[in-house]
Design a protein around this ligand. Structure first.
Ligand SMILES: [Zn+2]
Length: 543
């Protein structure tokens, strides 16, 4: 795009659009991981790091979870505008008994439930993108170019659905032992064939992954509890342990195989019009949760992620199509407190097990001399949205809210407590996201109809897992930059390499891609703005 020939084309307004947009989200791939491992990349990540590089991208909002993060990437909207305030929230008005709502379900369907079932185990809920209040890039493209296809595949249903949206030609995600799709659709033959191949080996024993030389220094045992330690696992598996497949590099490999099967069978990017393919790679997140970010496990995963992305790009190259790729993450992450304390962060700690709706709600009731057994506070997590029971009279609701907010605010692990009505009155923040106040970060993932009566933010380096357990020792979700900062990497064969250290936001990705493929998005419909990724005199935002 920077050559004289393409400048000529540009003048004539005839520059061809890429025929395929490949948008990749690597779940929990923080800017910290990118900078730590960047010099070791040799394959797909190396290619991306040679394009238009924004190492300081921001998932700018406070609720740095998977669903809100994925909702920003292809919509150009902060989670507050998109309506995706968290992975799960409480809706006390919903008709069904279970008042916990999952971001990527349709809770209006009778007989469904989410609450007791975690996103990890995937219960009897109906996967859907209906909570997403804004269109994705693929949906906008299809509105003006009906022959274009919008396809999404991911390790998690919420990732595929938030990047694809509702108007999708194909959407797949991992469910138990294979890829699944929407309840009213059939799994197509190429994915069914892949599922059959996976079924052949998923329960088999697995040999350890090779340990790259640079991983040796990370290969140290960290004790989490009397019967659990992390830091030295090389992903070997005994027979019959399909359940730990997700938390291994194999999981990204099969997700990329699914993407390649869809590219081939649907001939994505090989027609007259542009198609959009969103790919969500979840292994980094499962590995980060299970083992933290600083051990042998993440080191091996980074090397394998690099290789697996290389396979995808080689596949696209072999098909000979003109594609533009972008890679980012839904949120960042940081290490488990037990290792952080050994590595220069003496204050890192786990959350007080009594900092939650149940315990604080009980204390509020004691103060109000309420001896009923009806809970007054509801929340899905120790941080984030808290809801006051609707069963109470208005005056009592106000008292409960006031006392609860005071009790949270006084807790030494709490950074801030924000009132729903205060946040409602704030405009959506603008400007450099690293300069945003805590209230502005919270506003960016706040929606007046879905957010809590008040929102609790934890102090830096407080891990909101009271005691670690298998598969879950570290996490993200905070308003701090270790959870907000993610790389944003664009690659196209004609893009010159440049490095832009100033901050940009993941909401800038959709308008940047839209300009490349000729989709117009009215500025007032989104929060992001187009980034000129040409790097030379031409402006990729003015094609
Ligand atoms: Zn996660």
């Amino acid at each position: 795009m920077s050559s004289a020939a393409s400048a000529e084309h540009h003048k004539e307004g005839q520059e061809a659009s890429p025929k395929l947009v490949v948008a990749i989200s690597v779940d929990q791939f923080s800017s910290d991981l990118f900078s730590e491992y960047r010099s070791t990349f040799r394959h797909g990540m190396k290619r991306l790091a040679g394009g238009a590089v924004f190492p300081s991208g921001y998932q700018a909002h406070a609720a740095t979870e998977t669903c809100p993060g994925h909702a920003t990437i292809m919509t150009g909207s902060h989670p507050g505008r998109a309506g995706i305030i968290a992975n799960n929230w409480i809706d006390l008005r919903v008709a069904r008994d279970d008042k916990t709502v999952y971001c990527a379900e349709d809770e209006r369907v009778e007989g469904t439930s989410f609450g007791a079932i975690t996103a990890a185990t995937q219960g009897p809920y109906i996967a859907s993108a209906w909570h997403l209040l804004v269109p994705t890039l693929g949906e906008r493209l299809k509105a003006t170019s009906p022959q274009s296809r919008n396809v999404a595949v991911a390790g998690k249903d919420r990732s595929a659905l938030m990047m694809g949206g509702t108007d999708v030609d194909a959407v797949y995600w991992w469910k138990r032992k294979g890829f699944a799709t929407l309840s009213d659709r059939e799994v197509g033959p190429p994915i069914a064939a892949l599922n059959a191949r996976i079924a052949d080996y998923i329960d088999q024993a697995r040999a350890p992954y090779p340990v790259p030389d640079h991983c040796a220094a990370r290969n140290n045992q960290i004790v989490v509890s009397d019967n659990q330690s992390v830091g030295t696992y090389d992903f070997r598996r005994p027979e019959g342990t399909a359940r730990i497949f997700r938390g291994s590099p194999d999981f990204d490999k099969v997700t990329i195989e699914a993407a390649m099967a869809l590219i081939d069978s649907m001939k994505l990017g090989q027609g007259e019009v542009t198609d959009v393919l969103s790919v969500g790679l979840a292994a980094t997140d499962y590995i980060g949760h299970a083992f933290g970010t600083g051990g042998l496990e993440m080191c091996i995963q980074m090397a394998q992620l690099d290789r697996n992305l290389g396979l995808l790009f080689e596949h696209l190259d072999a098909a000979g199509m003109d594609y533009v790729a972008v890679l980012t993450a839904d949120h960042g992450g940081h290490d488990l407190p037990e290792r952080l304390r050994l590595q220069g962060v003496p204050d890192a700690e786990r959350i007080d097990p009594n900092l939650n709706a149940k315990f604080v709600g009980k204390q509020v009731k004691d103060i109000l001399k309420d001896s009923s057994d009806v809970p007054v506070l509801h929340a899905d997590s120790p941080f984030g949205d808290y809801y006051v029971s609707l069963d109470l009279p208005a005056e009592r609701r106000a008292e409960v809210k006031k006392i609860a907010m005071m009790m949270f605010a006084e807790h030494p692990q709490v950074e801030a407590v924000f009132d729903h009505d205060m946040l409602s009155a704030l405009p959506m923040p603008k400007g450099p996201p690293e300069e945003w106040t805590m209230a502005e970060r919270t506003r960016a993932s706040f929606h007046p109809d879905r957010s809590g009566d008040f929102i609790v933010l934890l102090k830096k380096a407080v891990t909101p897992i009271a005691s670690g357990g298998p598969g879950y020792v570290a996490t993200h979700g905070s308003p701090w930059d270790y959870d907000r900062q993610v790389p944003i990497l664009f690659w196209h064969k004609d893009l010159a390499h440049f490095e832009q250290p100033l901050s940009v936001r993941t909401v800038d990705i959709a308008p940047t891609l839209a300009a490349l493929i000729g989709v117009e998005i009215p500025a007032d419909e989104i929060d992001g703005k187009c980034l000129d990724i040409d790097g030379g005199k031409a402006n990729s935002c003015e094609r």
